[in-house]
Design a protein around this ligand. Sequence first.
Ligand code: SAH
Ligand code: MG
Length: 214
Amino acid sequence: MFQVFVDPTIQRLIDATPGFMPRAEGTYLFDLAISCPGSSDHPLVEVGTYCGKSTLYLASAAKIRASTVISIDHHNGSEENYPPFPYFDQRLTHPTSHDLDTLKNFRETVRLSNLSDYIIAVVGDSNQYVKYFPKDTASFVFIDGGHSAVQTWTDFIDWSPKLIHGGVLAIHDVFEDPSQGGRPPFEIVNALRHSKTFKELVQVGSLAAFKRET
Ligand code: SAH
Ligand code: MG
């Protein structure tokens, strides 16, 4: 048995990249993504790229698996990335539109990482793109896009059938205590706990994970 770690140079870049992925959770994301079943024909999927912080954990795993991470984001931010919410980062606004625009920053993250061979960026709405994505295809699905009730549930309902059998579904920002964060990811996890299709794996911080069993 040997343990695989994120390359220290990549880890430094991850640490310097704006985003919402504490190191312990990112390391778990990487561990889940290297250990789930599937071949290079079965990509890792991420909904919610932002500036690429979590994407680099997944791209590091994709490199080891000789696979690819497909990361989806319209790059205009979620509700909570705008004032008055604390997740608003003025530096990431477009100079003329004043909308959030994380694409340039993400592209620079990818360039600095030298992991572009393992990353496919989809710049668009996850609700639209999912229609063209075949079911039973992804070895791993990470849901971290829009956090409203409708968007989180839509991403879960649309993307979970895209997993292959044995594939792993990871959901971010799962907080049991409502004072720590929004309810939708926690509600989905509760529903999954009653499902026969998914088996719960360990949760690390706010990152919950389930294995598709049927
Ligand atoms: N995973 C990132 C954080 C993602 S933040 C990290 O660890 O750093 C959530 C992202 O979801 C935002 O960048 C926002 O633009 C994106 N998003 C929200 N709704 C979306 C939708 N319907 N389609 C695509 N992306 C969406
Ligand atoms: Mg998140």
